[in-house]
Design a protein around this ligand. Structure first.
Ligand code: GLP
Length: 261
């Protein structure tokens, strides 16, 4: 794992830089999209690169990590709509180029199978952006998710619903109880993973992810099995890392050929 500890603006710039470098090298790249607040600055920077430097998404495709079950099609917090608002509409990405699991399907199991097939049909995900929940969830893989899990229906923990209530007017009852999520096994098949985490409230989850034993109780620890992960964290999120000083030295001495700019 490549751990980069830096101020928030630099984290966003680095993550967006990795996406931009990929798109320049491979214009029809498949990008895995995360929601939550962590990637918002990255989407801001990608919108800037599109507007000011002509970064093109014309041939690229996007796949969401997860989706709530049952939110009405026009609900502002439906992840499909969040991505449309925060990224797709700002980088000229047509709706048919961006895919998400269908949280309104009559047959949710079939929707999960179809989603796995769609990712495979696109040639797999080249770069997956990720955030992390305070309980170590990635996408909506809650604690006790199998490390080899695939896209499926999941129940959200009360902690995740409380954490996400801020997007629903602070009312936990408005947060759906079910979701569709790529599994840990699905996420591990992406060719490159870029994880963003900021703030003291993420410090324990980050410690477990980077230094803890691999455990279904901290789903993000599954990332230790992936060969190409970049973890972008601020000082607060890195505050419980025993190896933080080593990471700072390693980042400074990283060769310029490292492909995260
Ligand atoms: C949600 C999303 C996750 C995200 C997590 C953290 O639960 N499903 O993909 O990583 O929130 O969100 P935030 O970045 O807002 O802390």
């Amino acid at each position: 794992m490549e751990v980069v500890i830096a101020p928030a603006e630099e984290l966003a710039r680095r993550a967006a830089g990795a996406v931009a470098a990929l798109l320049r090298r491979k214009p029809d790249a498949v990008i895995g999209l995360a929601t939550g607040s962590s990637p918002l600055d990255v989407y801001e920077e990608l919108a800037r690169l599109h507007a000011e430097e002509g970064l093109s998404f014309a041939q690229a495709r996007g796949f969401l990590l997860d989706e709530y079950v049952g939110l009405p099609a026009d609900h502002p917090e439906r992840y499909r709509n969040v991505i449309e608002r925060e990224l797709a509409s700002r980088v000229g990405w047509a709706p048919e180029q961006v895919h998400g699991p269908d949280g309104l399907a009559d047959d949710l199991g079939a929707a999960c199978t179809a989603y796995e097939r769609a990712i495979r049909g696109a040639g797999g995900i080249d770069l997956q952006l990720l955030g992390i929940g305070t309980n170590g969830h990635i996408a909506f893989n809650e604690p006790a998710s199998a490390l080899a899990s695939r896209t499926r229906v999941e129940a959200l923990t009360l902690q995740t619903r409380r954490d996400n209530a801020r997007f629903f007017g602070g009312d936990v009852e408005q947060v759906p109880t079910l979701c569709l999520t790529q599994g840990l096994g699905t996420i591990l098949e992406a060719r490159r993973l870029v994880m963003l985490a900021r703030g003291e409230h993420k410090a324990e989850a980050v410690r477990q992810m980077v230094e803890g034993p691999v455990s279904a109780m901290w789903p993000a620890t599954a990332l230790q099995h992936h060969p190409h992960v970049t973890v972008l964290v601020d000082d607060a999120a890195a505050s419980r890392l025993t190896m933080a000083d080593h990471s700072r030295v390693a980042d400074r001495s990283r060769l310029p050929c490292a492909d995260i700019s």
